[in-house]
Design a protein around this ligand. Structure first.
Ligand code: IMP
Length: 426
C-alpha cells in the first residue's frame, strides 16, 4: 500500500511557525513523527482561545485521531516530557495509546544542562546563546557513544541507577576544572526513577512503528524542529544546534528512508528572525522594535526577544536546495501589514564582490552586507484574508517575487495564529 510521507521543516533559523502549519496539515494525517531536537524547541498552536506550546510532543497530539512518535533522532529530557504530558492531560488531551517515545531516543540528563549552561558562561561574549536545555551535551554523549537511551528507562531500577551514577560520577570528576556545576547522583537517580515509571507505557521501538505506518499506507508527517540554518552541518556553524534540522535529518531521525518521502514542505516567515548569537545579514533593529511592540517575536521556550530582520532570499534559496523543498508555507505575512516599504535581500556584498550564495565561514557571513530590492508595502490588514485573491495586490506581488527568488512553489499562506487564518495559494 502506498503511504504519503511529508517532511515539514523550517527554512530559516527556527520559529517559522512550523507548529501552526503542522497542526493544520495534521487534519489530513494519521501520524506525526518528531525527527530531532529536544525541548529546546517551542511549537505554538492556537485553537480558538486556547494556546498550546509544545516542546517535545509532536503538534499532531492536538488532533484526537492522530498518533504521534518522538523518534530516535530526538533527545528527551524525561522530567520535561512528563511535565508536558501532564499539562496536556490537564487540558483533556489524551496521550496514552496515541503518543509513543522511541526507545532509540537519547536522554538529556541534569548533568547535560550543567555542561550546557557552564560552557555558555565560559564562552562569555562568544557564547552561542543556547536555550540552556542540555541539548548539545546530550548529542555529544550520543556521538561519543556514552549516552543513555530512552529504552534504558525500562531497565530494572537498580541497573538504571547504576548506569546513571556512572555517568554522573564521570561528570563530577571533571566538573570543577571545566567550570560546570556538580550534580547529585542521588537526586538524578530519584528524578529518573520517577520519570521512568511514568514514561514506560509510552516506550516503543520507533523504527518498527514508523515502518508499520509507512507499509500500511498511512499519511505521515515528519516534524522537523529548529530550522535549516541551525543544522549542525549546514547552519551558521558554530552558532547552530547539535542536530540535523534538514530533510536528511528527518530520514535518519525517524528511520524512514528517503525513497519513502513524497513531499517536503518548507515553512518560512515573510521576514526573518533568529534567537541566540551568529550572523544575520538582514537584521534590522527598527523592524525588531516594531514587531516586539506588536507583542510578536518573543521565544516560546525561553521568552527571549527574537532578533528580527528582512526576508533573506539568499538564505532561503540555499534552504530550498538543501531540503529539496517541493512546496513552501509562508507565515506571519500580517507582521508586515503596516509597512510602507519592504526590503528583500537578493544578494550579499562581501569584500567588493556580490555573492548569490552564502559563504562557508560564519565570520565571513557576519561581514556580508545585504543587497536589497525594495517592495511597496500594502498598508492594510491581511488577517481576514481566506483566499489568495483576498490579499492586497501588493502583498501578492511581494509573495510572488519571494517565490521566484528562492525557486520553490508557494503552497500555503498564513495570516495569523488561528487555524482558520490559513489558506492555499491560488
Ligand atoms: P541549543 O539548541 O539549545 O543548543 O541552542 C543552539 C542555538 O539554536 C541557539 O542559538 C538557540 O537559540 C537556537 N535554537 C534552539 N532551538 C531553537 C528553536 O526551537 N527555535 C529557534 N532557535 C532555536
Amino acid at each position: 500500500m502506498k503511504s504519503c510521507v511529508t517532511i515539514v521543516l523550517g527554512l530559516q533559523w527556527g520559529d517559522e511557525g512550523k507548529g501552526k502549519i503542522l497542526d493544520v496539515m495534521a487534519a489530513e494525517a494519521d501520524w506525526v513523527l518528531r525527527a530531532q531536537g529536544g525541548n529546546n524547541a517551542g511549537h505554538t498552536v492556537e485553537i480558538g482561545k486556547e494556546k498550546y506550546v509544545l516542546h517535545l510532543v509532536p503538534s499532531g497530539i492536538l488532533r484526537s485521531d492522530v498518533s504521534c512518535l518522538i523518534a530516535g533522532g530526538a533527545v528527551v529530557d524525561p522530567a520535561g516530557l512528563v511535565k508536558e504530558i501532564e499539562g496536556l492531560t490537564k487540558r483533556k488531551i489524551r496521550t496514552r495509546g496515541r503518543l509513543h517515545l522511541a526507545a532509540q531516543a537519547h536522554l538529556v540528563l541534569p548533568h547535560h544542562r550543567a555542561v550546557d549552561q557552564g560552557s555558555e558562561k565560559r564562552r562569555g561574549h562568544g557564547k552561542i546563546g543556547t536555550t540552556g536545555r542540555g541539548i548539545g551535551p546530550a548529542y555529544s554523549d550520543k556521538a561519543t557513544r556514552v549516552g543513555l537511551r530512552a529504552g534504558e528507562l525500562a531497565l530494572a531500577p537498580a541497573e538504571l541507577a547504576r548506569r546513571l551514577r556512572e555517568r554522573v560520577a564521570a561528570h563530577n570528576r571533571v566538573a570543577r576544572n571545566q567550570g560546570w556545576e556538580k550534580i547529585s547522583a542521588t537526586q538524578t537517580v530519584r528524578e529518573m526513577a520517577q520519570a521512568a515509571r511514568f514514561l514506560r507505557p509510552y516506550l516503543a521501538d520507533g523504527v518498527t512503528l514508523a515502518h508499520r505506518a509507512v507499509s500500511s499506507g498511512k499519511r505521515i508527517l515528519i516534524e522537523g524542529a529548529q530550522g535549516t540554518f541551525l543544522d549542525v552541518d549546514h547552519g551558521t556553524y558554530p552558532f547552530v544546534t547539535s542536530s540535523h534540522c534538514t530533510a536528511g535529518g528527518a530520514c535518519t531521525g525517524t528511520g524512514v528512508p528517503p525513497t519513502a518521502i513524497q513531499r517536503v514542505v518548507g515553512v518560512l516567515k515573510a521576514y526573518t528572525t533568529r534567537v541566540g548569537g551568529g550572523p544575520f545579514v538582514t537584521e534590522d533593529g527598527t523592524l525588531g522594535h516594531l514587531l516586539h511592540g506588536m507583542g510578536r517575536e518573543f521565544g516560546s521556550t525561553t521568552g527571549r526577544a527574537r532578533r528580527c530582520g528582512w526576508f533573506d532570499a539568499v538564505l532561503v534559496r540555499r534552504a530550498v536546495q538543501l531540503n529539496g523543498v517541493t512546496e513552501m508555507a509562508i507565515t506571519n505575512l500580517d507582521g508586515l501589514d503596516g509597512l510602507e516599504k519592504i526590503p528583500v535581500c537578493v544578494g550579499y556584498r562581501l569584500k567588493g564582490r556580490i555573492l548569490s550564495e552564502p559563504p562557508v565561514e560564519s565570520s565571513d557571513w557576519a561581514r556580508c552586507k545585504p543587497v536589497y530590492r525594495v517592495f511597496d508595502g500594502w498598508c492594510e490588514p491581511t488577517t481576514e484574508a481566506r483566499h489568495w485573491k483576498d490579499l492586497p495586490r501588493k502583498a501578492r506581488i511581494y509573495l510572488s517575487a519571494i517565490t521566484e527568488l528562492v525557486g520553490a512553489p508557494l503552497g500555503i499562506i498564513s495570516v495569523g495564529a488561528g487555524r482558520e487564518q490559513t489558506f492555499r495559494h491560488g
